[in-house]
Design a protein around this ligand. Structure first.
Ligand code: AMP
Length: 209
């Protein structure tokens, strides 16, 4: 099963992706995570990606598509995969289509008014990637799941978030129409608790399995 997880920044894609990957035994491929790992390792791709990510802009399609194409060719993707944060533009979707068949696109649909607060208050575990909201941490600075240190992503500040949301509206939201026309999209309300949103996603994925 080849699945795409679509949604605005802060819609909860990362949180849901971890759960979906574990339940359906799919490799979780997050382009954001791949870029962040490259930034940490100071690779050539990392240096390039950082210059875009820090401004809340998208990394160019050509670079992003090459990375994804390489990753999807790996053995663990043979029986399916979960893409989180890719595609983010129509050209990326068209490129993906050239070498892959998508079974389902889950679109986490959420009112924009939630996102600024969610993203600016987000803290992420350095080790396992789990996300938290600062308002629920009661001052804790380590991960409840693995004990790793929590940090604030550099692009989770008000100015960069504004830019990311604008980019989402202009470049990524058109994918909703694109996949609706192809008849593969399922829209899921993203305002509930992570458990409620996950239950809706499971219902959708079980129906196409
Ligand atoms: P994310 O972790 O998915 O929020 O991604 C963090 C940042 O990585 C985004 O704001 C973009 O700058 C970059 N990025 C992630 N995925 C893509 C993509 N598919 N195309 C272009 N840039 C991306």
């Amino acid at each position: 099963m080849n699945v795409i997880l679509l949604g605005a920044p802060g819609a909860g894609k990362g949180t849901q992706a971890t759960r979906i990957a574990s339940r359906y035994n799919l490799p979780h491929i997050s382009t954001g995570d791949i870029f962040r790992a490259n930034i940490n390792d100071r690779t050539e791709i990392g240096v390039l990606a950082k210059s875009y990510i820090d401004k809340g802009q998208l990394v160019p399609d050509e670079v992003t598509c090459q990375i994804v194409e390489g990753r999807l060719a790996e053995k663990d993707c043979e029986n399916g995969y979960l893409l989180d944060g890719f595609p983010r533009t129509i050209p990326q979707a068209e490129e993906l289509e050239k070498f892959n068949k998508i079974d389902c696109v889950i679109n986490i649909d959420i009112d924009f008014s939630y996102l600024m607060e969610r993203l600016c208050g987000r803290r992420v575990c350095k080790d396992c990637g789990e996300s938290y909201h600062v308002s629920k941490l009661n001052g804790k600075t380590d991960c409840a799941k693995c004990g790793g240190e929590l940090y604030q992503r550099k692009d989770d500040n008000p100015e960069t978030v504004q830019s990311r949301l604008r980019v989402y509206e202009n470049q990524t939201a058109p994918l909703i129409d694109y996949y609706t026309r192809k008849g593969v999209i399922v829209n899921v309300a993203g305002e509930g608790t992570p458990e409620e949103v996950f239950a809706l996603i499971v219902k959708a994925l079980d129906a196409i399995k």
